[in-house]
Design a protein around this ligand. Structure first.
Ligand SMILES: [Mg+2]
Length: 331
C-alpha cells in the first residue's frame, strides 16, 4: 500500500506550481496559507461519486477538471478569487494511467485560474473525489443568495441546458444531434466556472448563485432566501445553436429551465447598476443575458412570459409538469 500511495503523491506533487501565499503546502500535517489583510475567507466543498456524478465512459482528465470546476463555480457565485484547493481521493486501485490523466486535468484548471493544490488524503474504496476550495473576497463583499429586491433585473451568464442535452444524447435520446455532440460533451465534461464574472459582480449584483441543479431549482434558492418572486421571459433564455438545432422550441425552454450541470451564474442587478454591469462585462466573450425581473411576492414563485404575453405557467400548477412531459424533459 505504501508504494501505491507514494505513487499517488508523486502525481499530485509533480508540475505543482505553488502560490506565494502558501507558506507550507503538501507534505506536512497541514497546509499553512496567508490570507490577505482586509479579506474574508470563503470555503466550499463538493463531492463527485462514480456511478452518480459520472460514469465509466467519463475520461479521467474530465473528472479531474470537473471536480475542481464545480468548486470554483461555487467560489465565483460568492464573488471570491479562487486560491487553494485540497483533495480527498478514494480509489479502488492505483491505476497509473488513470492517475496521470486525472492529475493532468486537475492541474490544468488549477494553473489556469492560479489556484494551488495544498494538501489532501488518499484512501482505498469506490471511486470518489472530494475537493475543498478556498478563496478570498474583500471584507464584507461576498455575494449571497439573499439580497434580491423586487424590481431587480434577472441575469444568467451564458447558454443553459447544454450539459443536460449532452447527457440525453449519450443516452441515445436525440441521435439527430450528432453534428453538435462534441461541443455538447465538452460543455458537460469541461465546464468553465465564471470566475472573472463572479468577481466583477461584487458591489453590482444583489444576489448570485451558480446553476448546478437547473435554473428553476437554483433561482428558487435565491427567491426563497430573498423572499421574492420572479418573472422569466422564455424567449430571452440564452440557447446554444446545438440546442435550437436539436430540440423544438418548447423542448429547448424546458431543458434550459430544468437541466443541471451548466455552471453558469444566475444573479440579480438593481436598475441603477445596469450600466455598471454593462461596462464591467463589455470585454467578456459571453456577456450576461437579462432573462426577466424580480417581483414582489410572499412565496418564491416564478411566472413566465412568451413574446411579451403572459404564459400561464407557474411552478405550483400541474400544467408545469405537462409542459415538461410534452417537452420530453421528465421521465
Ligand atoms: Mg452552488
Amino acid at each position: 500500500m505504501r508504494n501505491e500511495f507514494s505513487l499517488i503523491e508523486y502525481y499530485f506533487q509533480q508540475h505543482q506550481r505553488t502560490r506565494d501565499d502558501v507558506l507550507i503546502g503538501i507534505g506536512d500535517d497541514g497546509a499553512v496559507t496567508r490570507v490577505q489583510p482586509q479579506h474574508d475567507l470563503v470555503t466550499v466543498t463538493d463531492t463527485m461519486v462514480a456511478g452518480v456524478h459520472f460514469d465509466d465512459t467519463t475520461p479521467a482528465r474530465a473528472i479531474g477538471h470537473k471536480a475542481v470546476a464545480v468548486n470554483l463555480s461555487d467560489l465565483a457565485a460568492m464573488g471570491a478569487e479562487p486560491c487553494w484547493i485540497s483533495l480527498a481521493l478514494t480509489l479502488p486501485e492505483a491505476d497509473e494511467q488513470w492517475l496521470q490523466e486525472f492529475s493532468a486535468g486537475l492541474h490544468e484548471i488549477c494553473q489556469y485560474y492560479g489556484c494551488s493544490l495544498i494538501g489532501g488524503d488518499t484512501t482505498r474504496g469506490p471511486l470518489t473525489v472530494t475537493i475543498t476550495a478556498q478563496g478570498q473576497v474583500p471584507e464584507g463583499q461576498a455575494l449571497t443568495r439573499k439580497g434580491a429586491m423586487p424590481g431587480d433585473w434577472l441575469y444568467v451568464s451564458g447558454p443553459l441546458g447544454d450539459a443536460g442535452l449532452a447527457l440525453d444524447i449519450t443516452q441515445q435520446r436525440y441521435p439527430e444531434a450528432g453534428p453538435h455532440l462534441q461541443k455538447l460533451i465538452e460543455r458537460l465534461h469541461y465546464p468553465s466556472p465564471r470566475v472573472a464574472l463572479g468577481q466583477s459582480l461584487r458591489g453590482v449584483a444583489n444576489a448570485c448563485i451558480d446553476v448546478s441543479d437547473g435554473l428553476l431549482a437554483d433561482l428558487g434558492h435565491i427567491l426563497t432566501s430573498s423572499q421574492v418572486g420572479a418573472e422569466i421571459e422564455l424567449d430571452k433564455l440564452p440557447l446554444s445553436l446545438a440546442m435550437t438545432e436539436t430540440l423544438s422550441q418548447q423542448q429547448a425552454y424546458a431543458k434550459a429551465l430544468t437541466a443541471g450541470d451548466d455552471y453558469e451564474l444566475c444573479f440579480t442587478v438593481a436598475e441603477h447598476h445596469r450600466g455598471k454591469l454593462e461596462t464591467l462585462t463589455a470585454h467578456l466573450k459571453n456577456k450576461p443575458v437579462c432573462i426577466g425581473r424580480i417581483k414582489k411576492s410572499q412565496q418564491a414563485t416564478v411566472s413566465f412570459k412568451l413574446e411579451g404575453e403572459d404564459y400561464p405557467l407557474t411552478l405550483e400548477q400541474p400544467g408545469f409538469n405537462h409542459f415538461l412531459d410534452d417537452a420530453g424533459a421528465t421521465s
